[in-house]
Design a protein around this ligand. Structure first.
Ligand SMILES: [Zn+2]
Length: 315
């Protein structure tokens, strides 16, 4: 089956969601809007989604990009973060975000969105440097069809179990990231830090000199889908808290960037607190059997929602 032409029902079935997942609001539904996903898992998806129009979705983080728009096409809008860094938003899965990180000799394309036709050409219009495609993790809104425009991709090997589903038919070469690996782009170095939690193979990427990072879905962009467990999240947040403090990292650009929701040191500390208390049993979440992706538990505090698997994700 061509994964890129399959129906929403087929897509959900492939993810093992079945009818329950179909009935519930699903992050992987093509009709999911930012305003839906960021209101937490209980909210139902209305029939017939629409493309986010910007402005403030009700109840969700404001889509208030300060970055200047430099490209607008049917599948992606690209905005410039600084002279050598860009972010691009698709509109199929809660503003799924790609990043272009340029050095003197090469550039990283971090994630490829859900379906962005001619992404190679679009990126070539932004930077003339040779492109290194890296995925923050293997999920369909990050390793979508546009990976096929590129001859190689880098992933964390821990997400290999997701490859048959979410990189189906990829003919290029798959390279495996190493924790601590540094991509030297020429005058700009990007360090890889493994941050399992959202998926086993989620990774973050740090530009220490510029005090920024890129975190994919590792910390959720405000709505963390924890497919592993709280012990894994505690380990990851403990490590990233120390890393951010040591290296003066001011913020991380997330996998669903809306202009006002970068991941901060405070967010990492809050997720660490939630993890500790959930493991200890001093904090209780809500169980919702209809939860999406089998994530039937959810806990909300400090302006962030964490969905998890009850009971197997609790420790
Ligand atoms: Zn994801």
């Amino acid at each position: 089956m061509d994964k890129f032409s399959m129906s929403r029902r087929d897509a959900l079935k492939m993810m093992g969601l079945g009818a329950t997942g179909l009935a519930a609001a699903s992050i992987f539904s093509p009709i999911t809007r930012a305003s839906e996903i960021f209101q937490g898992p209980q909210r139902q998806v209305p029939p017939g989604g629409q493309r986010p129009q910007g402005g403030a979705p009700q109840g969700g983080p404001r889509m208030s990009y300060k970055e200047k728009e430099v490209y607008s096409g049917p599948d992606v809008i690209i905005r410039q973060i600084d002279e050598h860094t860009w972010e691009g938003n698709g509109h199929l899965m809660a503003n799924e975000t790609i990043y272009i990180i340029e050095g003197r000799d090469k550039a990283i394309l971090l994630d490829a969105g859900t379906k962005i036709d001619d992404l190679d050409k679009i990126v070539a219009g932004i930077t003339s440097k040779p492109i290194i495609l890296i995925a923050t993790h293997v999920h369909p809104d990050h390793t979508g069809s546009a990976i096929n425009y590129f001859p190689e991709i880098w992933i964390d090997a821990a997400d290999t179990p997701n490859v048959p589903q979410f990189m189906a038919g990829y003919k290029g070469k798959i390279n495996y990231l190493e924790d601590g690996q540094v991509f030297d782009l020429g005058g700009r170095e990007i360090e890889v830090v493994f941050t399992p939690g959202h998926t086993p193979g989620s990774a973050c990427f740090f530009d220490k000199a510029n005090h920024i990072g890129f975190s994919g879905d590792a910390f959720g962009s405000g709505n963390l889908l924890l497919t592993t467990n709280f012990s894994t999240l505690l380990s990851t947040t403990t490590r990233i808290e120390a890393y951010m403090e040591k290296n003066g990292i001011e913020k991380m650009y997330p996998g669903h960037y809306m202009g006002a929701n970068p991941e901060t040191l405070q967010r990492i500390k809050d997720l660490k607190t939630i993890s500790k208390e959930m493991i200890a049993g001093t904090r209780k979440g809500n169980v919702n059997p209809q939860g999406m992706m089998g994530l039937n538990g959810s806990v909300r505090d400090f302006g962030v929602n964490v969905s998890y698997r009850d009971p197997i994700g609790l420790k």
